[in-house]
Design a binder for this molecule. Structure first.
Ligand code: A3P
Ligand code: MG
Ligand code: MG
Length: 370
């Protein structure tokens, strides 16, 4: 069993390449620079979890976790109307509220005394959201959306928190009605596939409230970087071979029905890369996709094992870029290094103090300093 475990912990036998001296103001992201072997990624282990309720309030437990409950396979297949309930049974989360790392920091405050490896472990770690790591990992392949990451070092730990770019904000505020409905449909699919209790059936008659979230907190290591991060998990499979999280978790996705080889090629190249990165980082073994037809009905499902996606996406990722660790040297919770990236350009860095970029909340800094 130990041998299996060791094997599963490695993506390949590669150790990270030597660090390159990189100037602080401009950092390269050309895929060719990262075409070496994928860096070592330790199999993530779950440290704990938390839930956000219908009012987006934090709870230090698994109350928001849902249970994977696919339709019986002996039927003709699913017929999920993803538009049902829109917009009258939809409570979307208020996207104007920038939560930054707050929920994760709340969890960390409650658990930092009990972390394996002691306070020394945390002092050498990066603390962030899984979604931010996904963006970093897929940067060399991203052709549309840039990102901004705020970084602060505090008591040795490097905290990374995403900042919404002006372009992303403008796009969000001008989001066309069709795109809003498409967003709803992704969550509606989850409602058709998940039950509130193990062994019970999904109930698609209720509301879709996107404030509700179950988040897993994990530790891992990418190359030489220790990671403590959290990611939202769609559901757990009560019938999974391993009951131990994150191996029992399932990621749900929707995508357009595909009818031509060209559709599949484009799907592999663009969507699957992101699906893979998101699930791989958290250690989710399977992604279950629902394919929707032009009328918004899901009539077919397909399971993609995460480790098999790797073959299709041929990743050359930016995993070993040590930019933030090397640049953010000064230990100061009020100081922010803002890393900005736009497709086709190198990463740039600027320094800021306090508002609006400082993101470590007073309640966290004071509690940790005390
Ligand atoms: P699908 O992507 O399955 O269609 P996640 O898949 O990460 O669990 O997210 C659930 C749903 O949230 C997505 O469903 C999509 O509807 C919406 N969503 C997530 N990230 C989004 C983004 N960057 N832009 C628009 N919608 C997003
Ligand atoms: Mg999700
Ligand atoms: Mg999902």
């Amino acid at each position: 069993r130990r041998e299996n475990k060791r094997r599963a912990e490695r993506v390949d036998g590669a150790e990270p390449r030597n660090k390159l001296p990189i100037p602080a103001s401009s950092l390269p992201t050309d895929p060719a620079l990262y075409s070496g072997p994928f860096p070592f990624y330790r199999r993530p282990s779950e440290l704990g979890c938390f839930s956000l309720d219908a009012q987006r309030q934090y709870h230090g437990d698994a109350q928001a976790l849902r249970y994977y409950s696919p339709p019986p396979t002996n039927d003709q297949g699913p017929n999920f109307d993803l538009r049902d309930g829109y917009p009258d049974r939809y409570q979307p989360r208020d996207e104007e509220v920038q939560e930054r790392l707050d929920h994760l920091l709340r969890w960390l405050l409650d658990h930092r005394g009990k972390l394996e490896g002691g306070p020394g472990w945390l002092a050498g770690a990066i603390v962030t959201w899984r979604g931010h790591l996904t963006k970093l990992l897929t940067t060399p392949y991203e052709q549309q959306e840039g990102w901004q990451l705020a970084a602060s070092r505090f008591q040795g730990t490097l905290y990374l928190s995403e900042v919404e770019t002006p372009a992303a904000r403008a796009q969000r505020l001008a989001r066309p009605p069709l795109l809003r409905e498409l967003m709803y449909m992704g969550y509606k699919f989850e409602q058709y596939m998940c039950a509130d209790k193990p062994g019970s059936s999904p109930d698609p008659s209720g509301e879709v409230n996107t404030n509700v979230a179950f988040c897993s907190v994990l530790r891992s290591r990418l190359g030489s970087h220790r990671l403590l991060f959290s990611g939202e998990v769609d559901c757990t499979d009560p019938r999974a071979a391993s009951t131990q999280p994150p191996a029992c978790y399932v990621e749900l996705k929707t995508s357009k029905e595909m009818h031509r080889p060209g559709h599949w090629r484009s799907f592999y190249r663009h969507k699957l890369l992101k699906w893979w990165a998101q699930s791989f980082l958290l250690g989710v073994p399977n992604v279950v996709a629902g394919f929707r037809n032009p009328e918004g009905f899901v009539c077919s499902l397909k399971t993609f094992p995460t480790m098999e996606m790797f073959e299709y996406v041929r990743v050359r990722v930016q995993g070993c870029s040590p930019f933030a660790q090397n640049t953010v040297v000064q230990d100061d919770p009020r100081l922010v290094h803002l890393f900005s990236w736009e497709p086709g350009s190198p990463v740039t860095v600027s320094k800021h103090r306090d508002a609006p970029y400082a993101f470590l909340p007073m309640w966290y800094v004071e509690a940790v300093t005390r």
